[in-house]
Design a protein around this ligand. Structure first.
Ligand SMILES: Cc1cc2nc3c(=O)[nH]c(=O)nc-3n(C[C@H](O)[C@H](O)[C@H](O)COP(=O)(O)OP(=O)(O)OC[C@H]3O[C@@H](n4cnc5c(N)ncnc54)[C@H](O)[C@@H]3O)c2cc1C
Length: 385
């Protein structure tokens, strides 16, 4: 049987970056176990039956200010210049999100919009992002009214759909982060580096994992090869003492013995339509109507030119219950869920060679760039030992 220096569970960004780093920089023989039938985790993309490149687990747009991350991933892909733009469908208008000076004119009309704009610019200056809680506390009732409008038309119902919460349950800290952007820059992200992998995410991962020191096993849940006893780990029955990087859910690893960590899952409804394009923007958020939260049209993101046909995806959010085939997407963070996670974390700390990494194992949301950076830093640390 071949022997390995490191085991990595999960071939998403966290696991794949770590695998490449340990294999290449550390010259380690890496065993990478992935339970799905494909690599790339939630960033996986593929062409659908009509030939349109789709993102199987929802739209993924790359953006970062981290040069190290951008340079690192650029080893495995070229980029298509793409600046994501999102609009909210509010009655008959499509308003840029985050809410900005263009949205202001659409919401309040030219005349009142111009007055409000001047007041906002006088109070905070151009190109600033102001939290709506701050705006609400303004002594000027007009500015408080703008905050109320954004809260009601852009934030409240969307957030209730996304998180399944009532208005009272919405954390004021979250509300504080909802910005009004005093700008006409209608890009969703302002990061220095933005774009889409020119040929898609899956080819990026194929290149990243193409290294002689990496053995990839698809359709292989960790539990089929890896066994944990009180403080030791075994691979195929043999004691394993090298680093084990785990990017799956910690509660699952320990049979949910302290209960399930709460997550939201998503149902994706893909529709292929016989038309050139369906909507004007990559993503349209439905902030006051419809049961779905948003519709994304992939051709905008990927730049694919296919006349007469397009594919869109509608996203429906609901509580994750662990049912087979469903995927936990967004950790529902609360003091209780964090305390529960800490119990699992404590259990995992009994294994000195065990390293939880990624959105599931660390029970927190990461963008692709942030988890790439985390994986690079963890490998820096492991390779310095
Ligand atoms: C709908 C949606 C849209 C997003 N859009 C963006 C975006 O536009 N831009 C952005 O930067 N980020 C986006 N993200 C975040 C992005 O998906 C994450 O940053 C990324 O997936 C994190 O990588 P990961 O490796 O931690 O997790 P994952 O991609 O989930 O990978 C974990 C892998 O581990 C495998 N695994 C789990 N348990 C086991 C086990 N027991 N045995 C074997 N394998 C296992 C899973 O099958 C999976 O392949 C989005 C997320 C969602 C949900």
């Amino acid at each position: 049987m071949p022997s390995y220096d490191a085991i990595i569970i999960g071939a998403g960004f966290a696991g794949a970056v770590a695998a490449r780093e340990l294999a290449e920089r550390g010259s380690m023989r890496v065993l990478l176990l992935e339970r799905r039938s494909h690599i790339a985790g939630n960033a996986y993309d593929r062409t659908d039956a009509s030939g349109i490149l789709i993102h199987e687990y929802g739209p993924h747009i790359f953006h970062t200010n981290q040069k190290r991350v951008f340079d690192y991933l650029s080893r495995f892909t070229q980029w298509r210049n793409y600046q994501h733009r999102v609009v909210a469908k509010v009655h008959e208008h499509l308003m840029p999100v985050p809410f900005n000076l263009t949205s202001l004119r659409l919401a309040f009309g030219e005349e009142q919009g111009a007055k409000l704009e001047q007041k906002l610019l006088d109070a905070y200056g151009p190109e600033q992002k102001i939290g709506i809680l701050e705006l609400r506390q303004s002594s000027d009732p007009d500015l408080a009214m703008v905050a109320d409008y954004i809260y009601e038309h852009v934030f409240l119902h969307y957030t209730m759909k996304q998180w399944g919460t009532s208005p009272e349950e919405i954390d004021p800290n979250t509300t504080a982060r909802v910005p009004v952007f005093l700008s006409r820059d209608d890009r969703y992200f302002q990061d220095q580096y933005q774009g889409m992998p020119l040929h898609g995410y899956t080819p990026l991962f194929e290149r990243m994992l193409d290294h002689p020191n990496i053995t990839l096993c698809l359709n292989t849940p960790a539990e089929s090869r890896l066994r944990l006893t009180d403080d030791k780990m075994f691979l195929d029955g043999e004691r394993f003492e090298g680093p084990v990087i785990y990017t799956g859910a910690l509660d699952e690893l320990f049979s949910c013995q302290y209960g399930r960590l709460p997550y939201r899952t998503l149902d994706f409804q893909f529709e292929t339509l016989p038309q050139d394009t369906f909507q004007s923007h990559g993503t349209v958020n439905y902030t006051i109507s419809e049961e779905y939260t948003r519709i994304t049209e992939f051709k905008h993101l990927t730049g694919q030119t296919m006349p007469g046909i397009t594919t869109i995806v509608k996203e429906y959010s609901r509580a994750y219950d662990g049912a087979s085939g469903t995927i936990p997407y967004y950790a529902v963070i609360s003091p209780e869920s964090r305390a529960c996670y800490e119990q699992y974390r404590l259990l995992s700390s009994r294994y000195s060679n065990f390293h939880p990494l990624g959105r599931l194992a660390e029970y927190q949301y990461y963008n692709m760039d942030a988890i790439t950076e985390r994986a690079l830093l963890l490998c820096d640390e492991l390779l310095a030992r």
